[in-house]
Design a protein around this ligand. Sequence first.
Ligand code: ADP
Length: 418
Amino acid sequence: MGAATSIGIVGGGQLAWMLAEAARRRGVELHVQTPGPGDPAVALASSVVQADVRDVAATRELAGRCSAISFENEWVDLDGLAALAADGVCFLPSLDALRPLVCKRSQRELLQRLNLPSPAWFVLEQVLPVAADPDPGAEATPQQPPTPSGPALPAGFAYPVMAKAASGGYDGKGTAVLRSDADLEALLQRVDPAGWIVEEFVAFEQELAVVAARDQLGQVECLPIVQTHQHQQVCDWVLAPAEAGHALQQAVRNIAASLLTALDYVGVLSIEFFYGPRGLMINELAPRTHNSGHYSIEACDSSQFDLQLLSVSGAALPEPRLQAPGALMVNLLGFEQRSADDPASAYEGPRQQLSALPDAHLHWYGKAGSSLGRKLGHITLLLREHDPAARREEAMQRLDQVRAIWPLPPGPASPDLS
Ligand code: ADP
């Protein structure tokens, strides 16, 4: 595969595990930096640097084993890694390309700068009252008591709004729907407003996602666009391909190409969208492979993990194509109230039943422990129907089959401030 040598990956969870599977299939060495000896990617890695993903000295050791380093997630110490880059360590994507993507606030600023469609937003700090500047030259007059007024939304915004931690959030952790000034005040009581942004609440009809990649010569390729469905802000299922017409597909691809090119980005970038009456809006960018692209392992001739391996190793990217009419990917989240040290045996029965479903591919991440809502695996079901409406119906029937075996975890009916 072109200039393939050996690749390092910072992180050893399920994304690195699936990358390691693809690396094995392609005969590429994959070295992993991850803290736990039982982390999913450890068993398949060519070698392991056992250390926290933010341990820069460990990343230096990883660099000694490979020709380029990529990342499993965006929680990296960019400032710490800059010293390694200055010494010639090759990070793909580069640290400069990653910088605007590692926090939701800088993502929103990037999208604004590039004029790409995204929800209106402001920094939570903006709602704090600004202390009036006393006029030093003014005559002393009896002070009027200030009118009591609490924090309120800036002009142009109305409840409900969506508050989000700028960094560290995932799967809805670090988001809060605010429905009133009282909710806003309650949030201000418990978080540092400098680290939060607030967005308009988007009345979308569907959530869409695309996994895009750019190679070292600047060629951009995208996986087919998918529809994603979240349950309590966690991805529940993904349907590929989305029922998107030509114009919508072109808009998504143009957005992906604009972003990747503007950032001079090499590697895989995932983009989540809202789609509805106001058209397409970007919700979030992830500088990595993504849950919405897992379906591509079986459903496409090149998966998102192939795209990451190829772009990082300096090879040209193929145009990924579906090799089935469609696919449904369903996440398998821990649904037992009690945590289990050995999830493989705790969930043995449902796993066997899922494996027996026709046209089904079960991916069990081999995590060392399970808890309610933890992503333990996923299942991809290849679909047969060519007509989009019939395919959607087929997908929903197959979802029912999966849910009869593997229910969603119990939980609150809607996201709240907790
Ligand atoms: P996380 O990074 O925790 O996954 P996201 O920003 O992707 O958080 O939000 C999780 C989910 O919450 C989204 O998939 C969507 O369903 C909902 N959501 C997020 N932002 C908004 C918004 N501005 N308006 C409406 N729903 C939203």
